[in-house]
Ligand binder design. Structure first.
Ligand SMILES: Nc1ncnc2c1ncn2[C@@H]1O[C@H](COP(=O)(O)OP(=O)(O)OP(=O)(O)O)[C@@H](O)[C@H]1O
Ligand SMILES: O=c1ccn([C@@H]2O[C@H](COP(=O)(O)O)[C@@H](O)[C@H]2O)c(=O)[nH]1
Length: 338
């Protein structure tokens, strides 16, 4: 008996549900914009599927007889219209809060240094991406010394040091020292690059040079003239090194370029290789070094030539003659006693 009543109740509920769905679908078809808004449909939702509460047209309602099951239990809002004003109030509060928030955001100054120009706050200037060089060219003079392998850079630097009191820093020597330094994490990399005439990643070489310059200046007697004048030999050999060094270490005053034919350089290097003990003074390494020089280092010389910062010296004559020429050109460029 109880089970049969239960089944009846479910049947009624199901009928009710299909009627309601049919009404909603019909409304949506004729007025699609109602579709997403569920609330209006609820307005007619009452315990009685008949919109007219007095009507008795529902076959399952009205004069109940003992054969008819009792009406289904009313939904929770039975006998009451669903109250919409609380929703309206909630929506109004939420909208108000949203508008307020939007206005406040518009009035906030843009985040400093964000690059945004919107907002009414005072913006800080955008940060400069250019770092300040470690040494100012007002206090420190840097001359780059370039030329092919064996052109005689080291030979001429030694003479300038003894006559004019420059500090000579050879990038190759610094790399070889780093390669031999116990515990160096770059030892193997440097060794491999030198043997193959390849360029060591610029970060390593630029840092070694900066450290050497700082150490020279730090340990020099007060007022020492040579401590602040550097001949940077065999560097920069690649454009990225040139740009990086001038950006973070010190802008160079000029480039001293020793120009020498390959055949002469090869002859000198093969001769030097008899006693130098250098891993790259052999025919195979020399060939690779020449190639790197032409492809990677000459563009650096050309870059500085375009800027009018190159002093070119013919490096074929004897060391004495090359030196005479070098001095004369430096005097012209930098002045007597440079
Ligand atoms: N003008 C010259 N005439 C003849 N031999 C020279 C001359 N200048 C230098 N040399 C000799 O050539 C060899 C290479 O010279 P140096 O070491 O000065 O060249 P480098 O350009 O510094 O070479 P690297 O780039 O390999 O370090 C040395 O043995 C040196 O004595
Ligand atoms: O800036 C540099 C300078 C040098 N190297 C490497 O060292 C060797 C030897 O240089 P030398 O000037 O002839 O002593 C060179 O062939 C390069 O492999 C470098 O990587 N970066």
């Amino acid at each position: 008996m109880a089970a049969s009543m239960h089944r009846q109740t479910w049947r009624q509920l199901m009928r009710l549900h299909s009627q309601r769905t049919a009404t909603l679908t019909a409304t949506a078809r004729t007025c699609p914009r109602f579709l997403p808004v569920a609330a209006p449909a609820r307005r007619s939702y009452s315990s009685n599927p008949n919109p007219n509460p007095n009507s008795n047209s529902n076959p399952n309602s009205g004069s109940s007889s003992s054969s008819n099951p009792p009406p289904p239990p009313p939904p929770r809002n039975s006998g009451q219209e669903v109250k919409f004003w609380p929703f309206a109030v909630l929506i109004a509060i939420a909208s108000g809060a949203y508008v307020l928030l939007t206005r406040t955001r518009q009035e906030m100054p843009a985040r400093p240094n964000s690059g945004a120009s919107g907002g009414r706050g005072q913006l800080l200037p955008p940060p400069s991406n250019k770092p300040t060089p470690a040494f100012s060219p007002r206090d420190v003079t840097v001359l780059f010394v370039l030329g092919g392998p064996g052109a005689g850079k080291g030979t001429q630097c030694a003479r300038l040091v003894s006559e004019y009191g420059f500090t000579h820093l050879s990038a190759g020597d610094l790399l070889r020292a780093e390669q031999e330094r116990p515990g160096s994490e770059f030892g193997a990399l440097i060794k491999d690059c030198i043997k193959n005439g390849a360029i060591v990643p610029m970060e390593v070489t630029v840092q070694l040079l900066e450290n050497a310059m700082a150490e020279t200046i730090r340990s020099a007697p007060k007022g020492s003239k040579s401590a602040a004048r550097f001949l940077i030999d065999g560097f920069p050999r690649k454009m990225d090194q040139a740009l990086k060094f001038e950006e973070v270490v010190c802008p160079a005053k000029l480039v001293l370029f020793f120009d020498c034919p390959e055949a002469e350089m090869e002859r000198r290097l093969m001769e030097r290789g008899k006693t130098s003990g250098r891993a790259d003074d052999n025919a195979e390494s020399i060939r690779k070094r020449f190639r790197t020089f032409v492809e990677t280092s000459m563009p650096v010389v050309e870059h500085y030539e375009k800027e009018g910062r190159v002093i070119k010296v013919d490096a074929t004559p004897t060391p004495d003659d090359v030196y005479k020429d070098t001095k004369g050109k430096l005097v012209k460029f930098l002045g007597e006693g440079f």
